[in-house]
Design a protein around this ligand. Sequence first.
Ligand SMILES: *Cc1c(COP(=O)(O)O)cnc(C)c1O
Length: 341
Amino acid sequence: MFNLTTLVRPNILNLEPYSSARDEFSGTEGIFLDANENPYGNLNRYPDPFQKQLKQKLSEIKSVATENIFLGNGSDEIIDLCFRIFCEPGKDKALTFVPTYGMYEVSAAINNVELVTVNLDKTFQINMSEALPLLTDASLKLVFICSPNNPTANSIDAVEAIIQNFKGIVVVDEAYIDFSDRESLSQKIAQYPNLIVLQTLSKAWGLAAARVGMAFTNAAIVSFLNKVKPPYNISAPNQIAALATLEKTDEYDRQKETLLNERVIMIQQLRQLDYVRKIYPSDTNFILIEVTNADAVYNALTAQNIIIRNRNKVVKNCLRITIGRPHENAVLLTALQNIQP
Ligand SMILES: *Cc1c(COP(=O)(O)O)cnc(C)c1O
């Protein structure tokens, strides 16, 4: 069955982590002459390396124990840490289902790890008969599943089937889960010891600039993530900004409701355009559409300083539109109504 110590790279298993001054003494009262800091100023002290206050707050909001939470400098840092902990460069492999988030591929390449890609089917779901045989490869250590998926906007049905049929680590990237009606897998980390659930404050919480990503997983994996991360990976201003925003749950709810309403309006209006061939269902704060000529639509919008994402090279003739403020969405729709591609 699942054996974490055989999955972790031997050098990481044996790693003696850097011990910072703030690890040895973390109280807030006292005279601090232990970290070679400048005693003057407002940002003169190193931040809490384990972000205890922030984790406490997230624990309440997400119903996950603090010992099961790891925080990264964005989820992008956690994706990189997963490669560094579990994949021996030039030897081990990872797998993902495409089209999907581009960072898995970039991070794999940086770490010199082969990323096996399997195409999602026509409805952007996992074809299990194609996926299952690949999961038995002994050099396959990591599987990345983005659900709801970027850029296809749908939730993936087979996530738990993959987790149950793989002896390595499954990373489920739930960056858009706040916009979906589906349950997060964060409540199943006790059931699945090989599961790492990623979420972020960058999307629904509106904190992309603060770079706070979350991993929810068992305490043993959290301890490996802690060993490998840079000691002070989340700055004090960013920890403070995150804490302040997490207090404002009313604002979070209001913004989310507005964005979900705007998504409905956007879909209704896009349906009226005769060059829009397909509008894919969305569990996210963006919409993927297929048009007759994606490059033409994209260029016409860019000329008017309206920037959307051209995914033509990833999904033929597809465009990805992020839901913005009501006024921004209205400007986009007017521009789209005046285009003849
Ligand atoms: C936007 C996004 C993220 C967010 O990454 P951060 O580093 O936390 O900002 C992660 N995964 C996916 C699929 C995304 O689209």
